[in-house]
Design a protein around this ligand. Structure first.
Ligand code: S3P
Length: 434
């Protein structure tokens, strides 16, 4: 898609219902597809990523009525009833490829090839393939440990105890899902807890999830799942772009309603507060077993630099690029450490964030495991490219609003991966992308 130019604005104000959560939508579709009942998922995210997941389930014989963005009724085929075609397209979605592999290894199938776009083809899959093989599964990667994956099902699986080197909800979820089919208990230890959406949804579906010390486990084999009808709450990661824009331009305030406030997702709040931003949090009723509420934020003129420590990274992994924008306006040097995982996201987000910020006049430096931004001078503006990464496209648009000269964002269309209505929502707050 062509470049979009985002002009500076003097203020943003208003209230938004942010789009439904991407992580929860992927999981709801998958667990509904292997439930033993018809499940209504209300307000599932309509995006390229979640569309790929719905298509994958339909390709496996799951009957679906309704539409993403509104509501879907998914007639589950039971835990072992999927009928995959020879190949499934995971598009740009790492969550789909990693979580669904954990389900596919438990199906009575010959083999299925899981592939994706150029970005997904560069992402590490050994982190799921190796432990799944230790469980007895047949799963193979391309030579570099990347997609395409070849997954065979039906081999007897046994529970394992696996220690993750890097916290990853995707890997943890993949192994817990495979654990549903395994003889014995599958335990996953994480150095720092990652988002626990899968655990909550499994529990709601009737599976007892074990927690001991820092480990989480499931005892298999499980006979069946019954995901209850559910609504998908708003996505904190999508809210984060408006939260940062609001911290820089909110007057009197930017208010974000119905946001999922799972503590495994909201690390950005603590970091922003340390930088001097006042964020008001009004808790609401839980949705789908997830804490939810309203966030509001106003313009903060005297931002202070901060250090993001390694233990904070998992709870704000997708929001770290946005920290670069706050840092550009803060006094002092902000440093993000322990975030090497950013190098294997939809793009190498250490390289792509630093390149984008530097191109807009910000003093940003790459570190092996993060980045540093010397702030104070703000954002001049200019042009940057999303490199096909949705989080970079959003970063560019917010940068444009707070810049002196505006920002032209190349391949802005990448936002469709998680937030197709992003430009419309920015406009509703008073920003007008051209
Ligand atoms: C996700 C987990 C995170 C995150 C990704 C979605 C999920 O990845 O970056 O966008 O839905 O579980 P990792 O858990 O692999 O860090």
């Amino acid at each position: 898609m062509a470049a979009v130019r985002v002009a500076p604005v003097t203020l943003l104000r208003g209230t938004l219902q942010v789009p439904p959560d991407k992580s929860l939508t992927h999981r709801a579709i998958m667990l509904a597809g292997v439930s033993g009942r018809e499940v209504r998922v209300g307000r599932p995210l309509d995006s390229a990523d979640t569309g790929a997941t719905l298509q994958a389930l339909e390709d496996c014989g799951v009957a679906v009525t309704g539409h993403l963005g509104d509501a879907v009724r998914i007639t589950g085929r039971g835990l072992r009833g999927l009928r995959p075609p020879p190949a499934l397209d995971c598009a740009n979605a790492g969550t789909l490829m990693r979580l669904f592999s954990g389900i596919l290894v438990g199906q009575r199938i010959d083999h299925v090839v899981l592939d994706g776009d150029e970005s997904l083809r560069g992402r590490p899959m050994t982190r799921i393939a190796r432990p799944l093989r230790a469980m007895g599964a047949q799963i193979f990667t391309a030579p570099g440990g990347t997609p395409p994956l070849v997954v065979s099902g039906g081999a007897p699986l046994r529970g394992i105890e696996h220690h993750l080197e890097v916290a990853s909800a995707q890997v943890k979820s993949c192994l817990l899902l495979a654990g549903l089919f395994a003889e014995g208990t599958t335990w996953v230890h994480e150095p720092v807890p990652s988002r626990d959406h899968t655990e909550r949804m499994l529990e709601a579906s009737g599976v007892s999830v074990l927690r001991e010390g820092g480990a989480v486990g499931v005892a298999g084999p499980v006979e069946g799942l019954a995901l209850p009808d559910m609504e998908v709450p708003g996505d904190f990661s999508s809210a984060a772009a408006h939260l940062v824009a609001g911290a820089l331009l909110g007057d009197p305030e930017v208010r974000l309603e119905g946001v999922n406030l799972n503590p495994g997702r909201t690390g950005l709040l603590a970091v922003m507060r340390r930088m001097g931003v006042e964020i008001r949090e009004e808790p609401g009723a839980p949705v789908a077993g997830e804490p939810c509420g309203t966030l509001s934020v106003s313009r903060t003129d005297d931002l202070r630099a901060t250090e993001v420590a390694p233990h904070e990274v998992p709870s704000m992994i997708d929001e770290l690029p946005l920290v670069g924008l706050l840092a550009a306006r803060a006094s002092g040097t902000t440093v993000v450490r322990g975030a090497a995982e950013l190098r294997v996201k939809e793009s190498d987000r250490i390289a792509s964030v630093v390149r984008a910020l530097r191109g807009l006049g910000v003093d940003a430096q790459e570190r092996e495991d993060g980045f540093a931004v010397a702030g104070g001078a703000g954002i001049r503006g200019g042009s940057m490219d999303s490199v096909g990464d949705h989080r970079l496209a959003m970063l560019g648009a917010v940068a444009g609003l707070v810049s002196r000269e505006g920002v032209s964002v190349g391949d802005f269309g990448a936002v469709a991966v998680s937030y197709p209505g992003f430009a419309r929502d920015l406009a509703a707050l008073g920003a007008v992308p051209a």
